[in-house]
Design a protein around this ligand. Structure first.
Ligand code: G6P
Length: 362
């Protein structure tokens, strides 16, 4: 659809694609639903997942970060062990495989050479594969046994946004359907919860002014920036840091809150921005403890918490969503902060230096 790939009134594709996220989630709810309104995924795929003794997610970049969140979802809901691997590492340092592995390739483009190299290898070994991609007919889709589509529409900006959230949403639906297929009683109505997520995303997309303020206040001139989170927030801060690096060229790193003190805290100076996420009740106090540790060393903290877990002085509070689905909401402010930081620093948001949308060489 040609209208899908026009910027319209948007200055950059990235901003347009961030704003499309609620729509993409709603579209996915429609696409993966049967006539009875229940979540539905191709029977063959569900069977392959159910039969596997372990899932191996293989991906690069942002898609790898979506895979980490997928592990959390699948292990919690479907109780199937999941390993997540960086494609370029897997090729040369293959882990010991289980007896009945299923390989899941996550790739927006479906063309990433590093991921394809692993697919070729695992096919040679006779293992089944599923590709989760935005591009029907792409190489990884054609070469795998099964495909699940992201239905996110063309993603033009080099920095991936809507494909990441679509990947997580598809993985959440797969986890829920697999749980049901295994006869487990899942007390989550995933379709309903994703609808709540879409509404929350809309609210977050409306917070552009606040995110611009944060970018201006914390990131206008800084040389570096740290992101911290615990549990699933850790996976999201890895993505938040990657977004910031990719488009603003600020040296940004995501860390597990508790790991900072084991080395990286040495880098904290007066005024170093530390963006923290707190969306998980069981680690709410401990991540706040980590923020205190960096503040004591002079850091400039920016706490982004979820409604219900918020405390005085938090910089921004995101609407409450299901605790397993928080990455879909919490990543939006991080995407917007990266966007505005890049904008303020005069960077080409859609076409960052040294990067390509899809890397077709190993
Ligand atoms: C490139 C892009 C990244 C992307 C990665 C994986 O490096 O610049 O934004 O996350 O490839 O791409 P894929 O299409 O496989 O998801």
């Amino acid at each position: 659809d040609a209208s899908d790939i026009e910027k319209g009134t948007y200055p950059y594709y990235m901003l347009k694609e961030i704003d499309e996220q609620p729509l993409v989630i709603r579209r996915l709810i429609e696409k993966y639903r049967n006539e009875q309104g229940e979540l539905a995924i191709d029977e063959n795929i569900v069977q392959a997942v159910k039969e596997a003794d372990r899932l191996y997610i293989v991906a690069c970049g942002t898609s790898y970060h979506a895979g980490l969140v997928g592990k959390q979802l699948i292990e919690n809901w479907a109780k199937i062990p999941v390993e997540v691997h960086i494609a370029s590492e897997f090729s040369y340092n293959m882990p010991l495989l289980s007896e009945k592995p299923l390989f899941i390739y996550i790739s927006q483009s479906g063309e990433t050479a590093d991921s394809r190299a692993v697919l070729v290898r695992t096919k040679e070994l006779g293992h089944k594969s599923l590709t989760i991609t935005n591009v029907p007919g792409s190489t990884l889709s054609r070469e795998a046994d099964y495909t699940l589509l992201l239905h996110a529409g063309p993603e033009i900006a080099v920095a991936s946004t809507k494909a990441y959230t679509a990947q997580i949403a598809v993985l959440a639906m797969l986890a829920a359907v697999a749980a049901k297929a295994k006869g487990m009683a899942l007390d989550v109505d995933v379709t309903k919860e994703l609808g709540i997520v879409a509404n929350a995303m809309e609210t977050l997309c409306d917070a552009k002014h606040e995110m611009e303020q944060i970018a201006r206040e914390y990131l206008a001139t800084t040389r570096n920036c740290f992101f911290i989170g615990r549990a699933v927030d850790y996976y999201v801060v890895l993505e938040g840091a990657l977004k910031l690096k990719e488009i603003s060229y600020i040296q940004a790193e995501g860390f597990a809150g508790g790991e900072l003190k084991h080395g990286t805290i040495a880098l904290i100076e007066n005024g170093t921005p530390v963006i923290a996420l707190a969306t998980q009740e069981h680690v709410n106090l401990s991540i706040r403890g980590n923020v205190k540790e960096v503040v004591a060393r002079g850091a400039n903290p920016c706490m982004i918490s979820m409604k219900g877990l918020d405390m005085e002085d938090d910089r921004f509070v995101i609407p409450a969503v299901h605790p397993m689905l928080t990455p879909l909401a919490s990543v939006v402010p991080l995407q917007l902060i990266a966007y505005y930081a890049a904008l303020h620093r005069g960077c080409d948001v859609d076409k960052p230096r040294n990067l390509a949308k899809s890397v077709t060489v190993e």
